[in-house]
Design a protein around this ligand. Structure first.
Ligand code: PEP
Ligand code: MG
Length: 883
């Protein structure tokens, strides 16, 4: 088997298409090499080795070593050095590279191949002893940290002590002899910590690094990251070994990262940062503040530090050519890493750049206009759930705000929340439903879970390409990075700025679009939905087949949903209209009534308010379809709970408190989700449904007159399990319709349908369709009853099930295609067999989940219905599903 794929010198064994085998980084290095771009020679050990390694108890395939040796020799021939040889030694970098970029894993070891002998060779070859020993100490530190697990701080301490002794301020003050002395101390430290010396054999070094990469695939951070991003463990990672080039070989050397377009806004401008005389990790780690690439960016930032365009005009021009070529070749915005070694440009990486949702839209729409991609491609490139970022509030420009600090606008959106200083606590508080802002000096891959849990991230150090900035943009969290005036004290859990001290739990607001940090919470407003958002959504609307409706009952929700493009209401949960403080008395009276007269008295109070509700809703939807579901309350939700509430209710109704308490006790259910709810209530107390039907139909008649077109409400009966239930209730509703016609002399039009939310209903769909004019899949209850797990109580164990891979994802979030989906499919088929034009929709939470929407397309549903804020997500997901 071929395990090792070489690249460099204008050729490569691999291509960009071989991402699964070579990982993202390896495939793109091969591709750049094929394109003839300046890529340092190297090789990729394939992801199949990772898989084999774990299948064979962490042992490598027998012929791997041989292939690695051959590939090393190829590098040696290409660059004219020798691995482990004193004279002209070859040094390499070792990097991980999975199919999807994974910040949870071991990242990089640089300068591998240095030992006590080769360091002398490097000094000779470069003519720079200081550089050679600086490289060696970097290597010892990095290798020890990621391979030998001897932490950074040991080495940083030694460096600090030396600087203090010598009276140095900056690392650049150290001279060759200082680094040399430090190297000796570093090696002694490693030996002290490990009981064995730092490896001098370069092959041992190489295999140590390779094993560390493969080992990191299964470290806790990587596992967490994979879980958060749905990356299967089987994918494995590749390892990239590549000849070193040095950005720290003096003032004609540099290293940098760049985006071919602005990753925050999507603006078409080259964008990035670089550091003179530095190695790659210096930029990302945010230790030194990098300089701008372009002169314009420097001027915009009001910075005196010259840009790359000004410092290295020739290399810069070459870099511009390369980036343009890469963008045209990949037809996407690229995130590139480069190094300049003594005036020569080297490309170290290219990949599709992470971007905010706003930038993603801008870039996709621009690229269609530039004829680089098609509209369909543009639609497929936007992650539907990322639109969420655009739909959420930004700061109200009119709001008063007290700005205490300013950092970089690293990831847009505004967020308010309690200050927390560590990620575990952020996660804990978020789970308790609190909004938190994670405040860190800088973040690292260990903070992923805290960043995910937080509403926003604030750091005091690091640039636009720092870990915090990149990860926050990817996750869609607001982020302000590098707010240098903040003084963060982890021990005391305080944040001090301009003499003010803020404690853990204090509320702050950050604006990731401007970089501002403010005291307290600041008013926010809804975003504008025009521009590129409007353009892309219009394309999506042209392409999708399924309609998108909303689950809404309040005028505010209905209006919001229409603004977001809802094409009707798929579920109006009437019980939600009953929670109102003023109505609840009548509702409780209705529920607690012991006689028909009592109940009718309560219903008479509710009829006009219900009618007014529906008038509002029909008006807002002005002619679009509206599905109103008849009452489906878990009864206990409405019952008075405390003695106080019972006394109050008794007083309001002029009833006896003792009798009321008794009745409330009678109605107590052990399992209300499977109790007297849904149509069972209508069967026992038909007058409730009759009142609702009347309210709906009278409201429809009223609004029809107003609009001059017929509003055709869809009356939906919940929790049906048998055809007979629907038959009985349909009879009652029709009778109400006939009565209204008689009273008004005007014909009323409406549809009667049912929810399919019980397995028996799905199985009996053929029979039920004889009565039902439409089905709406209530996949919340259908999931609950198919799995036999409670919607309300499964939170305590669902995590265990997802973590152990028993459920791929939370089945209440993403539809379980194999089980619940099978029932949906079967019910759709059986329903259509009976009634070919039956209208089919979904109104469970899954109606707003892109993966579930994709499934709905395959079943051929007519529409999906979801909460207002998910409507744009559903529109886009429905378009993607249709492609
Ligand atoms: C459902 O069960 O999927 C549904 C939409 O109804 P509810 O969530 O109100 O039970
Ligand atoms: Mg339900």
């Amino acid at each position: 088997t071929k395990w090792v794929y070489s690249f460099g010198d204008g050729t490569a064994d691999g291509t960009a298409d071989m991402r699964n085998l070579l990982g993202g980084k390896g495939a793109n290095l091969a591709e750049m090499s094929n394109l003839g771009l300046p890529v340092p020679s190297g090789f990729t050990i394939s992801t199949e080795v990772c898989t084999a390694y774990y299948e064979n108890d962490r042992a490598y395939p027998a012929d791997l070593a041989e292939q690695v040796d051959a590939a090393i020799e190829k590098i040696e021939n290409s660059v004219g050095g020798k691995f482990g040889q004193k004279e002209n030694p070859l040094l390499v970098s070792v990097r991980s590279g999975a199919r999807a970029s994974m910040p949870g894993m071991m990242d990089t070891v640089l300068n591998l191949g240095l030992n006590d002998e080769t360091v002398e060779g490097l000094a000779e070859k470069s003519g720079d002893r200081r550089f050679a020993f600086d490289s060696y100490r970097r290597f010892i530190q990095m290798y020890s940290d990621v391979v030998l697990e001897v932490g950074h701080h040991h080495f940083e301490e030694l460096l600090e002590i030396l600087k203090e002794e010598k009276g140095y301020f900056l690392d650049t003050d150290l001279e060759a002899a200082d680094w040399e002395a430090l190297v000796a101390q570093y090696k002694a430290k490693v030996e002290e910590e490990l009981g064995r010396p730092f490896p001098q054999d370069v092959r041992d070094q190489l295999w140590g690094a390779i094993s560390a990469v493969f080992g990191s695939w299964m470290n806790q951070r990587a596992i967490t990251y994979r879980r958060l991003h749905d990356i299967p463990a089987e994918w494995g990672t590749a390892v990239n070994v590549q000849a070193m080039v040095f950005g720290n070989m003096g003032d004609d050397s540099a290293t940098g990262v760049a985006f071919t377009r602005d990753p925050s806004t999507g603006d078409k401008r080259f964008y990035g940062e670089f550091l003179v005389n530095a190695q790659g990790e210096d930029v990302v780690a945010g230790i030194r503040t990098p300089q701008n690439l372009t002169k314009q960016a420097r001027l915009d930032a009001g910075s005196e530090d010259l840009s790359m365009e000004e410092v290295f005009p020739e290399v810069y021009a070459q870099l511009v050519e390369v980036y343009k070529r890469l963008e045209a070749h990949y037809r996407d915005m690229q995130d590139i890493e480069f190094t300049v070694q003594q005036g020569k440009l080297w490309m170290l990486q290219t990949r599709s750049g992470k971007r905010t949702a706003k930038a993603a839209l801008q870039i996709a729409v621009d690229m269609v206009e530039e004829d680089l991609i098609s509209k369909e491609e543009a639609i497929l490139r936007i992650e539907p759930s990322s639109l969420d970022q655009l739909l959420h509030p930004t700061l109200d420009p009119k709001a008063e705000k007290n700005v205490i600090a300013r950092g970089l606008p690293a990831s847009p959106g505004a967020a308010s929340g309690e200050i927390v200083f560590n990620s575990d606590e952020a996660e804990k508080l978020a789970n308790e439903g609190k909004s938190v802002i994670l405040v860190r000096v800088e973040t690292s891959p260990e903070d992923i879970h805290g960043m995910h849990a937080a509403k926003g991230i604030l750091t005091s150090r690091g640039g636009m390409t720092s870990h915090a900035a990149v990860v926050a943009r990817g996750m869609g969290r607001a982020c302000v990075s590098g707010a240098g005036s903040l003084n963060i004290d982890y021990k005391d859990e305080t944040l001090t700025v301009l003499g003010d001290t803020f404690k853990k739990g204090d509320i702050i607001t950050i604006d990731g679009g401007t970089g501002e940090v403010m005291v307290g919470s600041v008013d926010m407003i809804l975003p504008e939905l025009s521009g590129t958002f409007g353009t892309l959504m219009a394309w999506a609307d042209d392409i999708r087949r399924m309609k998108v409706r909303t689950n809404a009952e309040t005028p505010l929700d209905a209006e919001t949903a229409r603004k977001f493009g809802a094409e009707g209401v798929g579920l109006c949960r009437t019980e939600h209209m009953f929670f109102d403080a003023e109505r609840i008395v009548a509702v409780r009276q209705m529920i607690l009534a012991e006689t028909l007269e009592e109940r009718e008295a309560a219903l008479a109070k509710l009829l006009p308010v219900q009618r007014a509700d529906f008038v509002d809703l029909f008006r807002i939807m002005s002619g679009l379809p509206v599905t109103v579901r008849l009452l489906d309350p878990p009864l206990h939700e409405f019952l008075p709970k405390t003695d106080e509430e019972i006394d109050e209710l008794a007083a309001a109704l002029g009833a006896d408190a003792k009798k009321l308490r008794h009745r409330a006790m009678q109605l107590h259910e052990f399992n209300p989700m499977l109790g007297h709810r849904g149509c069972r209530l209508g069967i026992s107390y038909p007058e409730i449904y009759e009142m609702q039907a009347r309210a709906i139909l009278e409201a429809a008649a009223l609004v029809s007159k107003e609009l001059g077109e017929t509003v055709i409400p869809e009356i939906m009966v919940p929790l049906v399990a048998t055809k007979r239930e629907l038959e009985i209730l349909k009879g009652k509703i029709s009778a109400v319709g006939e009565a209204i016609e008689k009273e008004t002399g005007v014909a009323v039009e409406y549809l009667i349908g049912t929810m399919i939310e019980l397995p028996r209903a799905a199985l009996q769909a053929g029979q039920i369709a004889e009565e039902a004019e439409f089905f709406s899949f209530g996949t919340n209850d259908l999931t609950q009853t198919t799995f036999g797990i409670s919607r309300d109580d499964s939170g305590s164990f669902l995590d265990d099930y997802v973590n152990q891979g028993i459920y791929e994802t939370d089945p209440f979030v993403s539809l379980d295609k194999e089980g619940v989906g099978e029932l949906v499919k079967l019910a759709a088929e059986r329903g259509r067999a009976t009634r070919p034009d039956i209208k089919l929709g979904i109104c469970g939470e899954h109606g707003g989940d892109p993966a579930s929407i994709d499934f709905c397309e395959t079943v051929g549903l007519d529409y999906v219905s979801c909460s207002p804020y998910r409507v744009p997500i559903a529109r886009l997901a429905a378009a993607q599903a249709a492609l």
